[in-house]
Design a protein around this ligand. Structure first.
Ligand code: G3I
Length: 337
C-alpha cells in the first residue's frame, strides 16, 4: 500500500541544475519513466521530478485494458488523460502501454464466452477507441505486449480464441486509428541474443513481410544489478532489429537489488544502468530509454520479487542515487565523444 506522503517528503526532490532530459536532447535521445496518475495528482515532488528530468512518459497501468475499459460499454480515461495532459504541457512524448496483453484484463473480457468473431469485434472496438482518443498525443504504442513465451506464441485468450492473427490485426487497427503513431511490439527477456530474441525477430520480420504496419520493438529490460545481458549481445540485437528498419526503445528498465542496498550494491546497480545507456547511445537504432518508474517510493519490484527492491534511480525520498549519477555522466558526454 502506498503511504501518505508527509510534507517533508514532498519537499525532498531538489531540481537538478542540468536535468537528464536536457543532456539527452543533445544526443537526440528520449529518456523516460513509467508513471502513475495518482502520485502525479497528489505529490508535488513526484510531478516536479518527472517533468524536470524526463522527456518521455509511459502510462504504467492507466491505459491497460482493465483499468481503461472496465466494462463493455464504459471507458475510464481519467488516469491516462492526466498523464497525456501533463506530457503535453511539458513537451514530453508519451508511450502508450498497452493495447493487447494477457494480464490486467477486465473480468468481462477474461470470463466472457467468446466466439472468434465476437472477440475480434471487442478488440477492434477497444483499439479504435483508445488509439483514436489519443491520436496525435500518444507518439508510440506498445500495441502487443509479451505475446511470446519461450519460442512459441503465448497461450492467451487472444491466441486461443482468435489465433496468431490477432497480432497483425491489432497493429492494423491501431494504424487505422492513428496513422502517425509509432507501433511497437514489446516483450521481456529478449534483450540480448537468445532464443526469445530470435523468436521476437522472426515475429516482427514476418509481420513486415505481410505488410503489417510495425515501427519498433520494445526491449523491457527488467534485470538484477550485474545481471544485464552482455553489452555486445544487446548491441547485436538492437542492430539486427534496426537493420529491418525498426526503431528500438528500451521500455521498462529497472535494476533490482537483493537485500539491503549497500554502497557496493548501489555501485553495481549504477554500473548496470550505465552500461545499458551506453549501448543505447552508441547504437543508432536505439531511440529511447524508459525506466519502469523513477523513485523507489513507487516500484513493482518489492511486490513481485521477494527480498528485492531499490530498483530505480531516485530513493524513496526523491534523492538521486549513484545510478542517477551514472546516467547523468553518460549523457553529459558530448555526442560522438
Ligand atoms: O489499482 C488496483 C487497486 O484498485 C486495487 O485495490 C489493488 C489491489 O491489489 O490493485 C491495484 O492494481 C494493481 C496495479 O498494479 C496498480 O497498482 C494490481 O493489483 C497489480 O497487479 C498491478 O501490477 C502491475 C503489473 O504490471 C501487473 O502485471 C504493476 O503496477 C506494473 O508495474 C506491471 O508492469 C508490467 C508491464 O505492464 C509489462 N511488463 C512487465 C511489467 C512488470 O510486471
Amino acid at each position: 500500500m502506498v503511504e501518505t506522503p508527509t510534507p517533508q517528503d514532498q519537499a525532498a526532490y531538489v531540481p537538478a541544475d542540468v536535468p537528464l532530459r536536457e543532456l539527452a536532447e543533445q544526443h537526440g535521445l528520449h529518456i523516460g519513466a513509467a508513471v502513475s496518475a495518482h502520485p502525479l495528482r497528489q505529490e508535488p515532488a513526484y510531478a516536479l521530478a518527472v517533468t524536470h528530468e524526463f522527456n518521455m512518459l509511459t502510462t504504467e497501468n492507466a491505459a491497460k485494458f482493465g483499468p481503461i475499459h472496465p466494462q463493455p460499454d464504459r471507458y475510464a480515461f481519467a488516469d491516462a488523460d492526466t498523464i497525456v495532459d501533463l506530457a503535453a504541457a511539458h513537451d514530453m512524448l508519451v508511450r502508450g502501454h498497452t493495447l493487447v496483453w494477457h494480464r490486467q484484463l477486465p473480468s468481462w473480457v477474461e470470463n466472457g464466452d467468446w466466439t472468434r468473431d465476437e472477440l475480434l469485434a471487442v478488440l477492434r472496438e477497444h483499439i479504435h477507441t483508445i488509439v483514436g482518443r489519443y491520436q496525435g498525443r500518444i507518439a508510440a504504442w506498445d500495441v502487443v505486449n509479451e505475446a511470446i513465451d519461450g519460442r512459441e506464441m503465448r497461450d492467451t485468450i487472444w491466441q486461443r480464441v482468435i489465433g496468431p492473427e490477432y497480432v497483425d490485426l491489432a497493429f492494423r487497427w491501431a494504424h487505422e486509428a492513428d496513422p502517425d503513431a509509432l507501433l511497437f511490439y514489446n516483450d521481456y527477456g529478449g534483450e540480448g541474443m537468445n532464443k526469445k530474441s530470435d523468436a521476437i525477430y522472426d515475429l516482427v520480420k514476418g509481420m513486415q513481410d505481410r505488410g503489417v504496419p510495425i515501427h519498433g520493438v520494445g526491449l523491457q529490460m527488467h534485470v538484477t544489478a550485474g545481471g544485464q545481458p552482455p553489452a555486445e549481445n544487446l548491441r547485436r540485437n538492437i542492430e539486427r532489429l534496426s537493420a529491418l528498419g525498426l526503431q528500438v526503445h528500451i521500455t521498462e528498465l529497472d535494476v533490482r537489488i537483493s537485500g539491503e542496498p549497500t554502497p557496493a550494491k548501489l555501485q553495481q546497480q549504477a554500473d548496470t544502468y550505465r552500461q545499458v545507456l551506453d549501448v543505447c547511445l552508441e547504437t543508432p537504432g536505439c531511440k529511447a530509454v524508459v525506466l519502469w518508474g523513477f523513485t523507489d517510493r513507487y516500484s513493482w519490484i518489492p511486490g513481485a520479487f521477494k527480498g528485492y527492491g531499490s530498483a530505480l534511480i531516485f530513493d524513496e525520498s526523491y534523492r538521486p542515487k549513484p545510478a542517477y549519477q551514472a546516467l547523468h555522466e553518460v549523457l553529459a558526454r558530448q555526442p560522438n565523444e
